[in-house]
Write a protein that binds this ligand. Structure first.
Ligand SMILES: O=P(O)(O)OC[C@H]1O[C@H](OP(=O)(O)OP(=O)(O)O)[C@H](O)[C@@H]1O
Ligand code: HPA
Ligand SMILES: [Mg+2]
Length: 178
């Protein structure tokens, strides 16, 4: 085990199985719709790339980049758009794809922002949900795993841009980030 990881919270096999289930669920619910998956850079990239391949429907993909954590393990609370969508979402059925919902501040901002752009429907799909830290409520439709209040890395999630390429999700040892 990597010496910066305190505990593996979600294994590679668990992720594979759950992503397959989410893909099936979405496939069943979006037949005949104009589905656009919007991945939130950078954390959602790995989840998004596995999720889209488990959806058996014609879809399109777009991306936004926002930041609130920067190089820290604490949210600044201020969400800034660093890259906006390339395409209009008017009349589309969109699913926002995130790696984690923690305080909820990022997704709350994105959800409200995207709802104003004339989409037919807006839903949220997050791989991880850390409910103990929630500051604002957000309507999550698809959820991979509920996790305890630990700072986690891997499968897209970083601390100071490191560890995104781990194939599992693990709790980072406190001494690494404090
Ligand atoms: O619910 P919240 O407390 O707002 O936290 C969740 C957000 O924080 C992380 O993004 P970050 O700003 O670290 O950018 P990154 O995806 O590039 O790592 C994560 O990917 C979510 O977007
Ligand atoms: O636990 C976390 N790990 C990495 N990035 C995050 N952004 C919000 N919470 C987390
Ligand atoms: Mg981050």
């Amino acid at each position: 085990m990597e010496d910066f990881i305190k505990e593996v919270l979600v294994t590679e096999d668990q992720i594979k199985k759950r992503v397959g289930e989410l893909g099936k669920e979405i496939t069943g619910e979006y037949k005949g719709k104009n589905l656009v998956l919007i991945g939130i850079l950078k954390g959602a990239v790995i989840f998004m790339s596995d999720l889209v391949r488990s959806i058996d429907l014609p879809i399109s993909m777009d991306f936004m980049a926002v930041s609130s954590y920067g190089n820290s393990s604490k949210s600044s609370g201020v969400v800034k758009i660093n890259k906006d969508l390339d395409c209009s979402v008017e009349g589309k059925d969109i699913i926002i794809v995130e790696d984690i919902i923690d305080t909820g501040l990022t997704l709350k901002y994105l959800y409200e922002n995207l709802k104003k752009r004339g989409a037919e429907s807006v839903e949220i799909c997050t791989l991880l949900d850390k409910p103990e830290r929630r500051k604002v409520d957000v309507p999550v439709k698809y959820r991979g795993f509920v996790i305890p209040d630990e700072f986690v890395v891997g499968y897209g999630l970083d601390y100071s841009e490191n560890y995104r390429n781990l194939s599992f999700v693990g709790a980072l040892k406190k001494e690494v980030y404090s």
